[in-house]
Design a protein around this ligand. Structure first.
Ligand code: HEM
Length: 461
């Protein structure tokens, strides 16, 4: 079917996808990517996605759309929504920069999924309260600083878990399950303090609430049958939030939640209401950390550079480990944990001489930007060095932690935690990925990587 074009109000022309292309974009790209970013991925779903290299097909859809229709933004319909698919890195940069107005970071798709467990989170707040909530996040997470004010406690808590895990790994290997248990103990202690470290039920409950967001997303899977369960889920959410509040109110000053106590916030900000997002987002950080270890286990030269960075350094104290931080950034670039960046325009916006009406959903599929033509020549390569010399940051296509005024305020806290974890694991052992693994030296990296299936053998040294 030939593409047709919208009649632009003021002379320019923006492409409109033909029906068949709309259907492909919605089913292969938009709905699955939206669900992946917001909902806890199940191991079986990740295994299936890896077998089919699902992101490959989705990247191809974007590539074909760009070849057929040009730089976009490409107008299309997805279910009830009018979407503008971003195909150009400069357009992506503009949308992220011009947030929260005219591009709101809180379209209803995100609100519905995330309000299951973080009804007052800044990311899904519209209107004047957003700024106050964002500010609280920036202050408590010490957003601009690579080494957070509570870094000494982060190091102690991470090393306790990581050192014990590294010792066990020599006997019985290292798998996602073992890593995740230790990771979450460290995260609960970092965010809420020692009292919460062993409370697996807290984070398990959060995972169940995240899974419930599934029924609230558009697309083939929803919105289905959840309304009947709503009272039970509301109760579950109330229980989760109460338990979290109890920890957060008592959190010592050397925790992330404890940092909230010293912040003066205007009424209605709900500082503790930001904490569910932190816990939710540390899930992605765990996946990125184990993927970074997998990368280092596959590339001996990079592993040698990582060891050189650690040599002679006192790892019992906070350190800014730039190379390891670059490895984590690469893990997120290569396998983005928020594959769909979404904004909703709150007013008409002008694009290449034409106008896109208010209420349009602007969508950027980050695996395309991170791995396909906009990423050349780095696409499928592991290149942590480009995060050290500023070249990655200069490329508007690379947005592993988003960017602009709604970019991730937790980025530095994540990089500190993850690099400290990697340093503690690498200080004791060398790791080899157990077969079967899709990561092989001298071959392009797979576009879909199932972190649940990663298994390592470890040798001291
Ligand atoms: C690998 C781990 C992480 C990645 C890749 C990541 C990435 C992102 C991205 C892409 C966004 C923007 C989402 C959007 O525009 O829809 C975001 C927002 C946010 N992230 Fe992270 N994040 C991570 C971990 C964390 C952690 C651990 C925290 C807190 C401790 C955190 C705190 C936040 C907050 C509060 C927002 C909302 C910002 C706002 O409302 O302006 N993130 N993150």
């Amino acid at each position: 079917m030939p593409p047709h074009h919208l009649a632009p109000p003021e002379g320019g022309v923006l492409p409109q996808a033909a029906l068949a292309d709309e259907a492909r974009a919605a089913t292969r790209l938009l709905f699955p990517a939206l669900a992946e970013g917001l909902i806890q991925r199940r191991p079986w779903a990740m295994a299936r996605a890896e077998r089919r290299q699902a992101d490959h097909a989705a990247i191809d859809v974007v590539r074909e759309l760009r070849a057929r229709y040009g730089v976009g933004p490409l107008r299309l319909r997805a279910g009830p929504r009018s979407v503008a698919l971003l195909l150009d890195p400069e357009d992506l940069a503009r949308v992220l920069r011009e947030t929260p107005g005219p591009f709101s970071p809180a379209p209803r798709e995100k609100r519905r999924a995330l309000e299951q467990f973080q009804p007052h989170g800044s990311l899904i707040t519209r209107g004047p309260r957003r700024e106050a909530r964002r500010r609280v996040n920036e202050l408590a997470l010490d957003a601009p600083h690579p080494v957070h004010a509570v870094a000494p406690a982060v190091v102690t808590r991470v090393r306790r878990e990581a050192t014990a895990l590294a010792q066990r790994a020599v006997e019985s290997g290292l798998s996602w399950d073992g890593f995740a248990r230790a990771w979450w103990r460290s995260v609960r202690a970092i965010v809420l303090g020692e009292a919460a470290a062993a409370d697996e039920e807290l984070t398990d409950r959060l995972a169940r609430l995240r899974a419930a967001g599934w029924g609230h997303l558009p697309g083939p899977q929803g919105p289905g049958g959840w309304s009947l369960l709503a009272p039970r889920r509301r109760l579950s959410r109330a229980e989760f939030l109460l338990r979290l509040q109890a920890y957060a109110f008592q959190a010592p000053p050397d925790t992330l939640a404890g940092q909230l106590h010293g912040i003066e916030a205007e009424p209605g900000t709900d500082p503790v209401g930001q904490v569910p997002h932190w816990l939710f987002a540390f899930d992605a950080a765990g996946a990125a950390t184990l993927r970074a270890l997998a990368l280092l286990s596959t590339y001996p030269q990079q592993a040698a550079r990582a060891r050189a960075e650690l040599s002679g350094v006192d790892l019992t104290r906070p350190q800014r480990l730039d190379f390891l931080r670059g490895c984590v950034l690469e893990a997120v670039r290569l396998w983005p944990t928020t594959p769909l960046l979404l904004r909703e325009s709150t007013e008409d916006t002008r694009w290449r001489g034409t106008v896109i009406p208010a209420g349009t959903l602007f969508a950027a599929y980050t695996p395309y930007f991170h791995r396909a033509e906009p990423a050349e020549p780095h696409g499928g390569a592991f290149e942590p060095g480009m995060w050290l010399d500023g070249s990655a940051e200069r490329n508007p296509a690379f947005v592993p932690f988003s960017g602009g005024p709604a970019g991730c305020p937790g980025q530095n806290a994540v990089l500190l935690t993850a690099s400290t974890w990697l340093a503690a694991l690498l200080a004791h052992n060398t790791y080899v990925l157990d077969p079967p693994t899709p990561l092989r030296p001298r071959q392009p990296l797979p576009v879909t990587l199932n972190h649940f299936a990663l298994r390592f053998s470890a040798q001291p040294g």
